[in-house]
Unconditional design. Structure first.
Length: 594
């Protein structure tokens, strides 16, 4: 926390200095422009060399324009760096909910655990993690959180996240150079543009345009200086209109949609530049990502190629400036640019997907790494790639709870144990315990750190049913909704990946007799596979299920404490069945006369 506060103060001071320089340069630009206009007035109609006196003034103006543009980009970068500081401090202060990227549109409604474990949405795990600005990066991070990763990929990913976590400057550099991307910038359309077949003007049209553009420039200067009449200007203007008429359809074919892609390409270039500039990486995957940006026999250098594209796009966009619009039209810049862009597209479009894919993965890795940086006490779990299903954790807590209020517990689901039946009073922490375990499993097999002191976990397909609700729209009762989700649970248990099931108040939508029979049948069915899991209940008659399973099951519980007519909870997991219920006590505590 102290480090971030000091770092933010330094960035703020730097931003103030940049703004001061910007004001000074704005004054110089205005003065030079006024000087240019005054000189133009004085030499208008004069033949010969007096026109040359305006050249240094024009050079000075465009030089100041360039310097000011560089300064403006640095000011924007400073704002993006400050934004990352502010987000990080908000995350540590637990005031981040609703201020980040929820990612609710990145998951299907029937996902087996996303809604129950708050993986996406406002105040979700995804929102707490994601600093990716591109849609591709956000999709990849969501993909990692919504399905267990391949064991072959997880060790390199863990190493990459661990290395990036200690490199705060790399994240500042990334947000500074790619911050101009709109949050959720959709680069999919850029990939479509890269895959499209462009047909532009042939080279001989460009040669004619360059020759005619030179003629336009010479005749215009001669006419302004009084050395020629208007006939030459009129002839060149007529030929200009004719050439544009013959080539405009081909020009438009190349430039169609480029305006929408220009800003995204410019900002994506910043992210690629940031990646390419990190030449001290040691972890296998980070080195591989950087190599994907380097030149090879199959593809060009990403940074150099995108730099050429950026230079082209920026020069093309210069026509927006009224001072240069007419000269660029007379010089056939759209014709020349479309030809140059077509050549770039043919040489590099095939590699653009590789480069943007590398950027997306880098953003996703940095998101996990930033969480590790903010919470250095979170550990990287031991991932078990073979052997019987196992989930053991010490001092496990929920990563979205403030550290000061995060009570930690144990998870013991090591062979032969496959079930923890969690009983306890209302509001004692049962659901939070299940969510902590589920989120830890999700983070572990996404390659991220978990809130624990020790953890060993097999690869699991997680399925959670923590709240099943009736649906008026579908005409479905709560019990029917539970049954539909239980059927999905059974289907998942038949898959190749062992199931981790997390069930809260199982079959609470029916009577106690049916609840006991249904719960026992379901649990026995799951335990017959390699599934492991936890089930919470208020119904103490269900506790016998764990006892009947012998070594495969165990009862644990949470309790409440009464003092001076007030109820409190320590949220500590204890062995055995809860000794009492607190429903009547809670009713009386809120004023019900019972």
């Amino acid at each position: 926390m102290d480090f971030l506060v000091v770092s933010r103060k330094q960035e703020e001071t730097k931003g103030q200095g940049l703004r001061s320089w910007s004001r000074v340069l704005s004054g110089f630009r205005l003065a030079v422009f006024v000087l240019f206009l005054a000189g133009l007035w004085l030499v208008f109609g004069s033949p010969g060399w007096p026109w040359l006196a305006l050249v240094p003034v024009g050079v000075a103006f465009f030089g100041l324009l360039f310097v000011h543009e560089v300064l403006h980009r640095r000011m924007l970068g400073n704002q993006f760096r400050l934004a990352l500081h502010d987000w990080s401090l908000a995350r540590l202060d637990n005031r981040w909910q609703g201020k980040g990227i929820g990612g609710g549109d990145l998951v299907s409604q029937d996902h087996p655990y996303a809604a129950d474990l708050d993986i996406v949405g406002v105040g979700s795990l995804f929102e707490s993690l994601c600093i990716a600005r591109t849609r591709l990066g956000q999709k990849l991070l969501a993909q990692w959180l919504l399905a267990p990763g391949s064991p072959a990929h997880l060790k390199p990913r863990q190493d990459s996240v661990r290395e990036l976590a200690g490199n705060w400057d790399s994240r500042l550099d990334l947000v500074e150079k790619s911050g101009a991307l709109q949050v959720g910038q959709d680069l999919d359309s850029t990939l479509v543009w890269a895959d499209s077949s462009l047909r532009g003007p042939a080279g001989f049209w460009v040669a004619i345009g360059l020759a005619l553009g030179a003629a336009n420039l010479v005749t215009l200067i001669q006419w302004i200086s009084g050395q020629a009449d208007s006939l030459g200007v009129a002839c060149c203007g007529l030929l200009t209109v004719l050439l544009y008429g013959l080539t405009w359809k081909k020009i438009r074919n190349v430039l169609h949609g480029l305006e929408k892609q220009a800003e995204a390409l410019l900002a994506a270039r910043g992210g690629l530049e940031s990646m390419a500039g990190q030449n001290e990486w040691k972890s296998e995957r980070l080195v591989s990502l950087r190599l994907e940006l380097m030149a090879s026999s199959k593809r060009p250098n990403a940074q150099a190629a995108v730099d050429r594209l950026v230079t082209l796009v920026q020069t093309w966009q210069a026509k927006r400036n009224p001072l240069v619009t007419v000269p660029l039209v007379l010089l056939f810049w759209d014709l020349v640019f479309s030809w140059l862009l077509l050549r770039w597209h043919r040489a590099n479009a095939g590699s653009l997907k590789i480069w943007l894919g590398a950027l997306a993965e880098y953003e996703a890795l940095q998101s996990l790494a930033h969480h590790s940086f903010l919470f250095p006490g979170d550990i990287f779990p031991t991932l078990l790639e073979s052997g019987p299903s196992c989930f053991e954790a010490r001092d496990l807590g929920h990563p979205l709870l403030p550290l000061a209020r995060c009570v930690r517990n144990q998870v013991d689901l090591a062979p032969p144990r496959q079930l923890l039946l969690v009983s306890g009073s209302n509001m004692s922490g049962k659901s939070t315990y299940l969510r902590s375990a589920g989120v830890a499993a999700v983070l572990a097999w996404a390659g991220g750190p978990v809130r624990a002191s020790q953890m060993r976990i097999s690869r699991f397909q997680v399925a959670a049913i923590l709240h099943a609700e009736d649906s008026l729209r579908l005409g479905m009762s709560r019990f029917a909704a539970e049954l539909a989700r239980m059927r999905r649970l059974i289907e998942l248990s038949k898959g190749e990946i062992p199931l981790l099931f997390l069930l809260d108040e199982i079959f609470s939508g029916t009577n106690s007799s049916d609840r006991l029979a249904g719960a026992e049948a379901l649990i026995r069915r799951l335990v017959q596979t390699s599934a492991v899991g936890m089930v919470t209940t208020h119904d103490l008659t269900l506790a016998k299920i764990a006892d009947d399973l012998g070594d495969k099951g165990a009862n644990v519980h949470f309790v409440d404490n009464w003092s001076g007519g007030m109820m409190s909870f320590d949220y500590r997991l204890q062995p055995g069945v809860v000794p009492r219920s607190n429903a009547l006590g809670l009713m009386r505590a809120i004023g019900l006369d019972l």
